[in-house]
Ligand binder design. Structure first.
Ligand code: HEM
Length: 153
């Protein structure tokens, strides 16, 4: 297989980790929160924070670097509408994800210090408000990857 296809394979695998781990950890965190079980929330938040370091963070870097390389190999202009929208959406996802990472670490620490559920109810609401547009933007990115609308003028 050519170097191009190896990088594309890496890009698609990284996209799978980014979307799959993101969706999975969000599901378990929301379920733990809705269970009203503090012990479940304590274990879940610890593992959600760990998953972000182990899986999401490397995938975020690999996605962008491999994406820019693929773009240049395909001679898609960096001033094309497609590239501007893709990078814009990717930046937007990052702007939603970074506060979510902070919220998850904050809730993990609050619970570890014995804080009551009420102390992080507002943080969980913000976590949900940031999660919905972020996942919608990732779905839009998948669409743009396959359609390549606006990539070639
Ligand atoms: C969450 C973000 C992203 C996801 C989920 C994603 C996903 C994908 C997927 C599934 C493909 C394969 C599409 C196909 O075979 O038709 C792909 C291809 C591609 N991606 Fe991404 N990608 C993301 C971010 C990016 C970024 C940020 C860039 C550029 C900076 C980029 C550039 C490309 C290019 C140029 C291709 C075309 C490769 C080809 O068709 O041979 N991607 N991406």
């Amino acid at each position: 297989m050519s170097a191009y296809l190896w990088i594309k394979l890496l890009h698609i695998l990284s996209a799978t980790v980014l979307f799959g781990t993101g969706l999975g950890t969000a599901f378990f965190m929301l379920r733990a929160y809705l269970s009203n079980d503090d012990a479940a929330m304590a274990v879940t938040t610890r593992n959600v924070v760990l998953a972000d370091w182990l899986f999401t963070t490397p995938a975020v870097v690999i996605q962008l670097v491999s994406g820019i390389w693929l773009t240049s190999e395909l001679n898609i202009s960096f001033s094309s509408l497609w590239f501007i929208v893709v990078v814009g959406l990717y930046g937007f996802v990052g702007l939603c994800w970074l506060p979510v990472v902070w919220i998850q670490i904050r809730i993990k620490n609050l619970i570890a210090n014995g804080a009551a559920r009420d102390s992080y109810r507002g943080l969980m609401r913000l976590w949900i408000v940031l999660g919905v547009p972020a996942f919608t933007a990732v779905l839009l990115l998948f669409y743009l990857m396959v359609s390549k609308h606006g990539a070639y003028g």
